[in-house]
Design a protein around this ligand. Sequence first.
Ligand SMILES: [Zn+2]
Length: 376
Amino acid sequence: MSKTLQLTKDLISRQSVSPADGGCQALMIERLAAAGFTVESLRFGPVDNFWAKRGSGGPVFCFAGHTDVVPSGPLDEWRSDPFEPVIRDGLLYGRGAADMKSGLAAMLTASEEFVGQYPKHRGTIAFLITSDEEGPSVDGTRRVVEVLRERQENIDWCLVGEPSSENMLGDTIKIGRRGSLSGRLTVHGVQGHIAYPQLADNPVHALAPALAELVARVWDRGNEHFQPTSFQVSNISAGTGAPNVIPGELRARFNLRFSTEQTVDGLKLIVEEILQRHRVKYTLEWFISGHPFLTAPGTLSQAAARAVQEQLQISPKLTTGGGTSDGRFIAPMGAQVIELGVINESIHKVNECVRVEDIDRLQRIYRRTLELLLAT
Ligand SMILES: [Zn+2]
């Protein structure tokens, strides 16, 4: 059995439902220390994190990832114990097999091999590992980044080992993601008898034309790397349930997934201008859950894409689609950030699995990426 497969299995059997770490980080730390890394544990609240470094000065290449996993879900739907790694038909099953314990194992053994061959490599290899990616993401990478910023430590290149691949290993590298801005809107009216509309003020009618404009609006056409910005209403409610009462209030929630063509302040301004122009009486609370970021194709994405090409003879596509990752906290440090990992089809589902052969392939891709960037 390969070292990487063995380590993946060891990590899966350390049960680490978010924010628990289950001893995964202790195992990684022991191995990294033996490979010459200086490791610093950073526990915040219930969350274990660590920051490890080997080498000195720049460029700083950082592997990032998380040891926590989502809950198993209904146990009777799993074909085997989710925390007991089992191989069937070339697939390794277990919670975290794809998201992202195989990625952690691959970055660790890739680094061990690389420093064995290049003990005097250029710059610094670092690891930023958290056990709070699947949870609230408050005491995890976000806090570690704050510590690094206070110390003026920087990261030049960050490879997040999240499962980015869609149909086959290496087909997709994520180079950024859209921003996410949500609003909680309350429209104030005056409740009254439906037969006496002159004595009431219907908030549904007040909002309708503004909502029509918001929904129809072309915010932008996206750009080379991003889909167009999209406005979606997720919830809307008003009314007392009685058919003869004009409601006094309407509540709605909406979300904007936005490209780098927009700014948070710009979007807020447009939404409020439309509401005001239609004389809607409202209160509105805003929630920003992530700014868009983009790593323009450059040194890091080129090295990773070349490593994939050499190992698998395919050219990865560079995208910004999909959900969130901790890359959103690291990118604002000025780092180039990409996500490259195994196939994400089974993540968060019952019977999560990873192709056994992909584990060693990913390890070779990571190892080659290190070589292209830091070999002397
Ligand atoms: Zn993940």
